[in-house]
Design a protein around this ligand. Structure first.
Ligand SMILES: Nc1nc2c(ncn2[C@@H]2O[C@H](COP(=O)(O)OP(=O)(O)OP(=O)(O)O)[C@@H](O)[C@H]2O)c(=O)[nH]1
Length: 213
């Protein structure tokens, strides 16, 4: 039998799910499209929630990255431990616009709603930095919020930046990969401890029936 024509499923070192969260109009779609295609289109479908699956390279490793460009409903964040997007995502990219203070408050509230122990890795970006003449949120405020969130922060522009936008996504992917490795390692350690515990128990048992000196 020939193996020609049989497609093998490619295995990736990591598969990462990133949700892009933010108030309406902050540039979630523009950033996602810029990252995945390097292009800036300008107008996007506001009603659609889009999920994109792409292979990307992070530090020389092929990673299968799924991005959920979310569509906020009723203008209020609904990020709780049980919400679909939080259950789904390995990492959250929180986006506000530097020209819109309400959008800054939106990401603050969104993060505050999340209980620390279940929150996946997060990164914070202030978009539309090309519109600095309309700035409502200072760089310092963004940095302070990121310190609060214990996450990376960057001010970027989907309209003008290619590299910086990619770096914001890559930084988050690195955090996700590190978190996955950590949880995998602690799982292995736990199994190791369980196995070594049962070995000790078995040895103890056989020792007890071996003849004494
Ligand atoms: N000047 C400037 N405009 C931007 C930038 N990013 C996005 N925009 C514009 O902002 C508007 C909203 O961008 P979207 O990407 O649709 O924003 P969104 O957050 O996905 O919006 P919703 O789907 O409504 O939640 C569009 O007109 C974009 O062209 C940016 O970096 N600079």
């Amino acid at each position: 039998m020939t193996t020609r024509g049989i497609r093998r499923k490619k295995s990736y070192l990591a598969e990462i799910k990133v949700a892009v969260i933010g108030a309406p109009g902050v540039g979630k779609s523009a950033l996602t499209v810029r990252f995945l295609t390097k292009r800036y289109i300008g107008e996007y479908d506001h009603q659609a929630e889009n999920r994109h699956k792409y292979e990307i390279m992070v530090d020389g490793e092929a990673v299968l990255c799924e991005i959920w460009d979310t569509c906020p409903k009723h203008g209020e964040p609904s990020l709780t431990a049980g919400s679909e997007v939080v259950q789904w995502a390995d990492g959250l990219l929180l986006v506000y616009s530097i020209t819109d203070r309400d959008s800054f408050n939106y990401v603050r509230r969104a993060k505050e709603d999340l209980p620390c122990e279940t929150t996946p890795p997060v990164a914070l970006v202030g978009n539309k930095v090309d519109m600095v003449h309309l700035r409502q949120v200072s760089t310092d405020e963004g940095e302070i919020l990121a310190k609060d969130f214990e996450c990376k922060f960057a001010e970027i522009s989907a309209a003008e930046h290619v590299f910086q936008v990619a770096e914001a996504f890559h930084d988050l992917c690195r955090e996700v990969i590190a978190a996955k490795r950590k949880s995998k390692q602690s799982f292995i350690d736990k199994i190791d401890r369980m196995l070594s515990g049962s070995r000790t128990y078995n040895r103890g048992k056989s020792d007890s029936i071996s003849p004494k000196d």
